[in-house]
Design a protein around this ligand. Structure first.
Ligand SMILES: C[S@@+](CC[C@H](N)C(=O)[O-])C[C@H]1O[C@@H](n2cnc3c(N)ncnc32)[C@H](O)[C@@H]1O
Length: 145
């Protein structure tokens, strides 16, 4: 989700996995667009229209460095049986280190735990100051169905 230059899409394609990559701007994965294992979806995830992957489920749902709160339930629902959600993005406290500063882009304490509660089993979760590639307050979660 919000795949950018396809850091994770590239990793999983290299593992021989089929990948669906979504972003409003697919230019970052232009070099991958001919790959038969890749389904590239150009979609604005914030335009209020129904989620472009609604009704589909996946072995893995991966979202990093992106937050659009209204989308969280749809991302959780997209995790298929036995599948995993891997999510990491900035959290409150990040304001001390740099952008993003706006509250709508910063997770509240425990927000990813709340997002999966009753749906997925949490395998790992942290709200933590990371130092690489630069200091940042992040929250990350690995949760399975
Ligand atoms: C900071 S980048 C993160 C890219 C990637 N997830 C990563 O961690 O390397 C944020 C991505 O979100 C995408 N994005 C921002 N707003 C979006 C929207 N409304 N709909 C779809 N994608 C959006 C941008 O195009 C960009 O690729």
């Amino acid at each position: 989700m919000a795949c950018g230059r396809g850091r994770h899409a590239r990793f999983f394609l290299a593992q021989g996995r089929a990948v669906v990559a979504v972003d409003r701007d697919l230019s970052g994965i232009a070099d991958l667009l001919g790959d038969p294992a890749l389904e590239a979806v150009a979609a604005d995830l914030e335009d209020g229209r129904p989620f472009s992957l609604a009704g589909r489920q996946f072995a893995g749902v991966i979202c990093t460095n992106y937050l659009h709160r209204p989308l969280l339930p749809a991302l959780v629902a997209a995790v298929g049986p036995g599948g995993a959600l891997l999510y990491e993005t900035f959290s409150e406290g990040q304001q001390r280190f740099g952008p993003p500063h706006r509250p709508e882009y910063l997770l509240r304490p425990g927000e990813l735990l709340d997002a999966v509660a009753g749906e997925l089993t949490v395998r790992a979760h942290e709200q933590v100051l990371v130092h690489r590639p630069e200091p940042a307050m992040v929250q990350h979660i690995a949760a399975v169905r």
